[in-house]
Design a protein around this ligand. Structure first.
Ligand code: ASP
Length: 319
């Protein structure tokens, strides 16, 4: 009998214990626990892994501490363009949206694309029209705004540079709040039927070029789920994760290379992605409930739960 299990991330980046004010550590811990609870409650009631990852990610999309949904970073035009994807490990069904604005829960729209569009990936205005058609919740642009995200953008505006909600932001950081708020979010889950699912949602990179799409909505790059191997959600410098086909790299290492989950996930980040010069991390789960969460940044917001144990959270790297 499979053991229902859930693992989530809230983004990888320059997250350091010595620079983390206690109040902010607590706010993040509370946000992570709230998100675990949202998925755990469903798995405990026998709901599917897909339901659990949707609830977990939707919870984090509503939390402005994380760079997804409300609190998404600003693009070069001063707006928010969000990416999200879902994948069902049972049948490799997949859905995603890229470059959407005004949608409260891009991850739920990705699920609608999977179930009702006849396609896998919708972008921009077409995705927004589909959201209206499917009765998805829409919000005015300023609902997504967050004062810190605006300051991050104002620093980069006109520079022609895009910055991850990650280490690059920190270089000339004079904002005391800045370097602790990372945030692409993702979740992977295993349900009582032995099915895996994965979901990822992001605002992308601050000051990103209009129309830029990262790894998060691309199956095989930012998200993967396949019962026979693993469920994966990535966070980090999207251009590298795209070029590495990172999420699928974990699955391929298991399927073709015979590696176990821990070895495959670790090699993906510390070899495949790092070799290209990329920084970030991922969460991965297999159908036996084994998990791994490697990262090559100083920290990664993360939390997990498995049946019979208490939820846990983490944010720092090994010291
Ligand atoms: N991977 C995301 C992107 O490139 C960013 C992140 O994980 O923070 O859009």
């Amino acid at each position: 009998m499979p053991t229902p299990t859930l693992l989530l991330h809230g983004g990888a980046g320059s997250i350091r214990r010595e620079a983390m004010p206690p109040a902010r550590e607590k706010a993040h811990t509370d946000g992570l626990l709230e998100a675990v609870e949202a998925g755990k409650a469903l798995l405990e009631r026998g709901k599917s892994a897909m339901d659990a990852v949707l609830a977990t990610v939707a919870c984090m999309e509503d939390n402005p501490l994380f760079n997804a949904g409300r609190g998404a970073v600003f693009n070069a035009e001063g707006g928010h363009e969000m990416d999200a994807s879902v994948m069902d490990g049972r049948n490799l069904q997949a859905g995603a949206v890229a470059g959407v604005s005004g949608v409260r829960h891009p991850v739920l729209l990705a699920r609608e694309v999977m179930a009702h569009s006849g396609h896998v990936l919708l972008s921009g205005r077409g995705a927004e029209a589909f959201a209206r058609k499917r009765g998805q919740e829409l919000m005015p642009p300023d609902w997504f705004d967050d004062a810190l995200r605006r300051r991050q953008w104002e620093k980069l505006q006109g520079s022609g540079k895009a910055a991850l909600d990650h280490a690059e932001m920190i270089e000339d950081n004079d904002d005391p709040e800045d370097d602790h708020r990372y945030g692409t979010v993702g979740a992977v889950a295993l349900d009582a039927q032995g099915n895996l699912a994965a979901a990822t949602s992001t605002g992308g990179m601050t000051n990103k070029r209009w129309g830029r799409i990262g790894d998060s909505p691309i199956h095989g790059a930012g998200t993967w789920a396949e019962n026979a191997t693993c469920a994966v959600s990535c966070t980090g410098a999207g251009e590298f994760f795209l070029r590495a086909a990172a999420a699928h790299d974990v699955a391929a290492r298991m399927r073709y290379g015979g590696q176990d989950l821990e070895a495959a996930a670790t090699a993906c980040i510390h070899d495949t992605v790092a070799r290209l010069g990329g920084h970030g991390g991922l969460i991965a789960l297999d159908a036996q409930g084994r998990w791994a969460f490697p990262f090559n940044t100083p920290g990664m917001y993360r939390a997990g739960w498995r049946t019979g144990a208490s939820p846990w959270t983490g944010m720092y790297g090994p010291e």
